[in-house]
Ligand binder design. Structure first.
Ligand SMILES: Cc1cc2nc3c(=O)[nH]c(=O)nc-3n(C[C@H](O)[C@H](O)[C@H](O)COP(=O)(O)O)c2cc1C
Length: 203
């Protein structure tokens, strides 16, 4: 398919002309990373908020449908801790059906002003009915409107891999990868050092 043309050029030209990775990352000490990705995530989401990200708890949740096609939508993060990362929504939704059939998911955050992204993937566990009810009860009246009794579910994503990515103007981007093992979290060897990715087209 041809690129759509405009008086000023193609959409491809226009896209290439858009600035990318224009934020400024806060200091990051690769020699003092926490042993647990939850701790680093809490630091990064607070630094994103401090840098002016309006809704730092908004994230893209990816699931897989019955045909094996990936599906994704934006959700609000409801919790982070030893049990993983929590999101919530109606059981009767597409994501509800997809998670019931295949309890696995990925979650992605992008915080432009700090040139940082976090992504994680793992299995999904449904919270207890009481915990899901408590999450629904904590929502505003307008947000609760239209939710059928028992339909609201809190899901905990239990990650097997959590990746922290930080962009740099000189393209020496940093990637920090935590992998879950039998003995807890480990940093993936070689990934916690700045990566050299030269060239104008590399992001
Ligand atoms: C910023 C933002 C936050 C959202 N938060 C939620 C949420 O916490 N839970 C939810 O079910 N849908 C939320 N939505 C709506 C979802 O993106 C999506 O449209 C809806 O959940 C239906 O998705 P599904 O058809 O894949 O189940 C949010 C949308 C936006 C743009």
């Amino acid at each position: 398919m041809n690129d759509a043309g405009t008086a000023a050029g193609t959409i491809g030209d226009w896209l290439r002309a858009q600035p990318a990775l224009t934020g400024i990352a806060p200091p990051l000490d690769l020699g003092a990373l926490p042993r647990d990705p939850v701790a680093l995530f809490l630091t990064w989401i607070r630094e994103a908020a401090d840098a002016g990200v309006p809704e730092p708890h908004a994230a893209t949740l990816a699931t897989v449908d019955a045909e094996g096609l990936p599906d994704a939508r934006t959700l609000i993060l409801k919790g982070v801790g030893e049990r993983g990362w929590a999101v919530a929504g109606p059981r009767s939704s597409r994501k509800g059906a997809q998670l019931a059939a295949r309890p696995a998911a990925a979650l992605n955050f992008w915080w432009q002003p700090v040139v940082r992204s976090v992504r994680l993937q793992g299995t999904v566990r449904e919270a207890s009915p009481a915990e899901s009810e408590a999450d629904l009860a904590a929502r505003s009246v307008s947000a609760r409107a239209g939710i059928e009794p028992g339909d609201w579910v809190l899901w905990w994503i239990v990650p097997s891999r959590v990746e922290f990515w930080q962009g740099s103007p000189d393209r020496r981007h940093t990637r920090i990868v935590y992998v879950a093992g039998a003995d807890g979290w480990s940093l993936q060897p070689g990934d916690s050092t700045p990566l050299q990715t030269p060239g104008p087209d590399r992001t």
